[in-house]
Design a protein around this ligand. Structure first.
Ligand code: 3HC
Length: 311
């Protein structure tokens, strides 16, 4: 019986079809999806913190309104993704527990501090730019609920990317100090953004199987290359330098070559030792604890309503 189910699953994957929550799927496929979707959800939620840091200090009402909307979108993406992961039989409480106990991973990029207002623009331009590059192929992922969630997420991410670029563009038309602030932010974020795509293909334990299952459509290194190639001309328009002396067009490859990424730093951040890991986790745990009364009140209200209905 199991072999028949497995062959049906394989046939759907081979035909580039969709697997839906009620379909049979191998345990390892389910596990990989829960891992990836929950990490993705946590990244959205923790990703609210670095930019949230600037909401109260945005330089104008317009910038504040944009930033509030953007950070709120990230919260929405997180909830969307938790819902997609729940369709695989994992509860939201289990996922929160994994995050709050420090067991779950979330994107390395959110463990760096946002030191100036230019960081907010650079996060939109480069961090969200990298996120879109990685997420567009996920719209074609073999698991239906994840693929469908990604469509809306990508539309909103592209607004985030544009607002970041536009904000930097206006700073680059400003004073020498403003221009220097943008360049400094680009210098601090560029390499971290390249690392966001994950380890090189040769050191990526999950890639081969993820590609076989149609979860990953484009490899870590290929996405990183696409991101570099797309970003170089944008940096020129903006008038900033990308901090990599080895970055240059390679005519033979038809791509830009780029320098060495510090993978030791990446793994140390992923393993909990980045500049802000402890602060980010503590902030999430505190928000969860402070919200306990809301959850209790909502449950008490739901119970009362149910009792009333039963009378
Ligand atoms: N940060 C933290 N951990 C990372 C990472 C990163 N940037 N890149 C890879 N890793 C982890 C993987 O999760 C994996 O750990 P695990 O086996 O314990 O789960 C390990 O490093 C090895 O990496 P692999 O390449 O083998 O893992 P994957 O095949 O899962 O590929 C991935 C990694 C490309 C990040 C993939 O999981 C993915 O596409 N995830 C969905 C997208 C996502 O999570 N994006 C995060 C950013 S979201 C965002 O930026 C929102 C913003 O707009 C606010």
């Amino acid at each position: 019986h199991d072999t028949a189910l497995q062959s049906h699953f394989d046939a759907v994957i081979d035909a580039d079809g969709k697997i839906e929550p009620r379909d049979w799927m191998p345990d390892a496929y389910r596990k990989t999806l829960v891992r990836q979707i929950s990490q993705h959800a946590h990244s959205e939620i923790v990703g609210m913190l670095p930019e949230g840091n600037w909401i109260s200090r945005a330089p104008s009402l317009k910038r504040k309104a944009i930033l509030v909307a953007k950070v709120q979108d990230e919260g929405g993406h997180g909830l969307y993704l938790y819902s997609a992961a729940e369709t695989l039989g994992t509860s939201r409480d289990q996922m929160f527990d994994a995050l709050h106990s420090g067991k779950a991973k979330y994107s390395s990029i959110f463990n760096y501090p946002t030191l100036t207002w230019a960081d907010v623009g650079v996060i939109g331009w480069l961090v969200d730019g990298a996120a879109i590059m990685n997420q567009i192929p996920l719209c074609r992922c073999s698991y239906g609920p994840y693929a469908r969630a990604m469509i809306r997420v990508c539309k909103e991410e592209s607004f985030h990317q544009r607002q970041g670029f536009e904000s930097l563009m206006s700073m680059m038309q400003g004073t020498a100090e403003q221009k220097a602030m943008v360049q400094d932010a680009v210098n601090r974020w560029w390499w971290k953004c390249l690392a966001m795509f994950g380890p090189p293909d040769a050191d990526s334990p999950n890639s081969v199987q993820g590609m076989r299952w149609g979860i990953k459509r484009i490899s870590n290194d290929d996405l990183r290359q696409k991101f570099v190639d797309a970003t170089v001309p944008q940096a020129e328009v903006l008038g900033v330098t990308l901090p990599d002396p080895d970055l240059k067009w390679n005519e033979a490859r038809g791509h830009h070559d780029y320098g060495h990424i510090d993978w030791d730093e990446f793994w140390s951040v992923v393993n909990g030792d980045g500049p802000c890991n402890k602060e980010r986790l503590a902030t999430r745990v505190k928000a969860w604890d402070d919200g306990a009364w809301v959850r209790e009140a909502a449950l008490a209200h739901a119970r009362k309503q149910q009792e009333r209905r039963m009378k």
